[in-house]
Design a protein around this ligand. Structure first.
Ligand code: ISL
Ligand code: CA
Length: 549
C-alpha cells in the first residue's frame, strides 16, 4: 500500500471557540491554541484540524462563512494565524483547516448582492427559484429540520439552503464558483496549511432541475444531491488544479454514504478524497434520523466498523473517529460513566485506534470528557438543537420532557462545552464568562489531573499514539475480524510482514470467559486493567497482543 504521512499521523480536532481563551473574553482563540501546542505535541499529535476560523456571523458557529480569506475577530488576526502555522511547523506538526464550500453565509457579500439585485451575476452562484402557485420550488427538507427553501421578497423567489436559512447552497455548476473556491483553497495552502477537512463535501452536486424527492421522515430530496451527478468530477478537478500541486491531504466529510461510495472516493484511479468521514457507525444508536434514538448495542457498532475495514482494507483509506464537534461524547454515549468510566473510555480507544486508518480525536476525548450537564434549553447554544426542539414541539407535538431527553443525548453542544484544563475557575479555559457553560465535573475531569494520574485515560491515549509510531503493523497491517458473530467480544487481527497484532476486548458489563485463541508467542503491549487473568475478561477489559518475528 502507498505510504503517506497523513496515514501515519494522528489528528486532533480543535473547536477554537471552546479550546483556550487567551484574553478572557469568554471565547477561545488562536493565541490560546498556540499556548497549548506543547501539550498536543507531548500527547503525540501530528496533525491539528481547526474547525472554521473565518469571518462569520456565527449562526452555525463558523460553518457559515462570510469572508473566506479573513480570520474571525473573536479568534484573532491574520498575524496570529501566521504565527500559529509557524509554531505548529516548528514542533514538527501539521495543520489543516475546515473548508465549507457547499454553502456560504447569507451575510457573504456574494449572497447579499444576489438577494438584492435580480441582474447580479451572483444569482447564478446560488439556487434561486420561483415557487409554483404559492408553493415552494420543491419538497426538499433541511439537515436541521424544516424546509430547505426561504422566500426573498426583493426578488420574489426562494433560495435553497440544505442547512439553516443563513447557509445558502452554492451552485457548483457555475464555473466562476469553482474558480473562486479553487483560489480560496490556494490562498490557505500558500499560507502554509497542510490540507483541509472538507465540510459536507459529497452534497455539492445537485441534480439538474432540482426535482422533487421521495417523501421521507427526514431529508426529503437527498437522492438528488447525495453523491450527486458531477460529484466525482468536481473532486478530480479540485485535485488536478489545486491539491496535487501541494504536499497536502484532504479528508471529506461525507454524509449518508456507504462503503461502495467510500471506496470510489478514496480508492479510485484518480485522486478524489484522501480519506473521508462516514457516519454509518455514529448512527447505530438511531433509527433513520439522529433524533430517533434507540438502545446502543456494541454488536451493531462492530458490524459497521468491520464492514468499512474489510471493504477499504488496502484499497481505500479509513478515518478512525468516534467524536467531533457534532457528536455526543463517546464515553457518555457508548461507555459506562457510572461504574466503568475509565475502563470503558479506554476500551473505546482500543477497539478503534488499532484499526486501519488515520485516527482522529476531538479535543477533550483524550481525558474522556463527558456530555454537557445542562438542565435548561437556554443553556444550549446550537442552532440545530433549537430548531429541533421547535420542530419536535410544534410539528410532532412531543412533550418538553421528551425533547429535552433527546437533546441531552444527542445535542451537538455535548461536545462544545469548554475544554477542561484544570480545577481552577471555568476549568482554566477562561477567566471571563465562557460563551457556553463549563461542565460542572471539571474539578475531577481535567487535563491536570489526567497528567498526574499515571493510570489515566490521557496516559492511555498517549501510549496508543506512541505504539502507532513504533509498530507499522498498526498503521498499514491487514485487518481481519475475529469472533465476528460474538455480541460482546470485539476482537481483530492485524498483520504485516511477519508481525501480528491482536486486539481482544469485552464490550460489556459482565465478566466473560477468555476466548479460545493461540497467543503463545505474543506479548501484551497494552491493557486497561492492572492484572490479567488467563481465563477471564473483566467488564470492558481490552488487551492488545503483539507477535514480532
Ligand atoms: O449533526 C450531524 C451529525 O450527527 C449532521 O447532520 C451534520 O449536520 C452534518 O454531518 C453536516 O455537518 C457539517 O456541516 C454543517 C455544520 O453545521 C456541521 O457542524 C458540520 O460538521 C453545516 O455546515
Ligand atoms: Ca478570547
Amino acid at each position: 500500500m502507498k505510504k503517506a504521512w497523513y496515514k501515519e499521523g494522528v489528528v486532533y480536532q480543535i473547536y477554537p471557540r471552546s479550546f483556550k481563551d487567551s484574553n478572557n473574553d469568554g471565547i477561545g482563540d488562536l493565541k490560546g491554541i498556540i499556548e497549548k501546542l506543547d501539550y498536543l505535541k507531548e500527547l503525540g499529535i501530528d496533525i491539528i484540524w481547526l474547525s472554521p476560523i473565518y469571518e462569520s456571523p456565527l449562526d452555525d458557529n463558523g460553518y457559515d462563512v462570510s469572508d473566506y480569506r479573513a480570520i474571525l475577530k473573536d479568534f484573532g488576526t491574520m498575524e496570529d494565524f501566521k504565527k500559529l502555522v509557524k509554531e505548529v511547523h516548528n514542533r514538527g506538526m501539521r495543520i489543516i483547516l475546515d473548508m465549507v464550500i457547499n454553502h456560504t453565509s447569507s451575510e457573504h457579500k456574494f449572497f447579499k448582492e444576489a438577494l438584492s439585485d435580480v441582474n447580479s451575476k451572483y444569482r447564478d452562484w446560488y439556487f434561486f427559484k420561483k415557487g409554483k402557485k404559492n408553493k415552494l420550488p420543491n419538497n426538499w427538507t433541511s439537515f436541521f429540520g424544516g424546509k430547505a427553501w426561504t422566500y426573498n421578497k426583493q426578488t420574489d423567489d426562494y433560495y435553497l439552503h440544505l442547512f439553516a436559512p443563513s447557509q445558502p447552497d452554492l451552485n457548483w455548476e457555475n464555473e466562476e464558483v469553482k474558480k473562486e473556491f479553487k483560489d480560496v483553497l490556494k490562498f490557505w495552502l500558500d499560507e502554509g496549511v497542510d490540507g483541509f477537512r472538507l465540510d459536507v463535501i459529497n452534497i455539492l452536486s445537485k441534480r439538474e432541475g432540482l426535482p422533487n424527492g421521495k417523501k421521507r421522515l427526514a431529508l426529503t430530496g437527498k437522492e438528488h444531491y447525495v453523491n450527486g451527478p458531477k460529484m466525482h468530477q468536481i473532486l478530480q478537478e479540485l485535485n488536478e488544479d489545486v491539491f496535487n500541486k501541494y504536499d497536502c491531504f484532504t479528508v471529506g466529510e461525507t454524509v449518508l454514504i456507504d462503503t461502495k461510495e467510500a471506496l470510489k472516493y478514496t480508492g479510485g484511479d484518480k485522486r478524489e478524497l484522501d480519506m473521508l468521514f462516514s457516519f454509518e457507525h455514529t448512527s447505530v444508536d438511531t433509527i433513520n434520523n439522529k433524533w430517533f434514538i434507540r438502545k446502543f448495542r456494541p454488536y451493531h457498532l462492530k458490524k459497521v466498523l468491520d464492514k468499512y475495514q474489510e471493504t477499504l482494507n488496502n484499497k481505500g483509506w479509513n478515518t478512525l473517529f468516534f467524536e467531533n464537534h457534532d457528536q455526543p461524547r463517546v464515553v457518555s454515549r457508548w461507555g459506562d460513566t457510572k461504574d466503568y468510566y475509565k475502563e470503558s473510555a479506554k476500551l473505546l480507544a482500543t477497539i478503534l485506534f488499532f484499526q486501519q486508518g488515520t485516527p482522529f480525536i476531538y479535543q477533550g476525548q483524550e481525558i474522556a470528557m463527558t456530555n454537557a450537564d445542562f438542565k435548561e434549553l437556554d443553556e444550549y447554544k446550537d442552532v440545530e438543537t433549537h430548531n429541533i426542539y421547535k420542530l419536535g414541539r410544534e410539528v410532532f407535538h412531543f412533550t418538553h420532557k421528551r425533547m429535552m431527553k433527546k437533546i441531552k443525548y444527542m445535542s451537538r453542544d455535548n461536545a462544545r462545552t469548554p475544554m477542561q484544563w484544570d480545577d481552577s475557575k471555568n476549568a482554566g479555559f477562561s477567566k471571563g464568562t465562557p460563551w457556553i457553560r463549563v461542565n460542572s465535573n471539571y474539578k475531577k475531569i481535567n487535563v491536570k489531573n489526567n497528567i498526574k494520574d499515571k493510570d489515566s485515560v490521557y496516559h492511555y491515549y498517549k501510549k496508543i499514539f506512541a505504539l502507532r509510531k513504533k509498530y507499522p503493523v498498526i498503521v498499514y497491517g491487514d485487518y481481519k475480524p475475529l469472533f465476528k458473530k460474538s455480541r460482546y467480544l470485539y476482537a481483530y487481527e492485524r498483520t504485516l510482514d511477519n508481525n501480528s497484532l491482536i486486539v481482544i476486548s469485552n464490550f460489556s458489563k459482565k465478566q466473560r470467559k477468555f476466548p479460545k485463541l493461540n497467543l503463545d508467542d505474543y506479548k501484551v503491549i497494552l491493557q486497561n486493567y492492572k492484572t490479567l487473568d488467563n481465563n477471564y475478561l473483566k467488564p470492558y477489559e481490552a488487551r492488545v497482543y503483539l507477535k514480532t518475528k
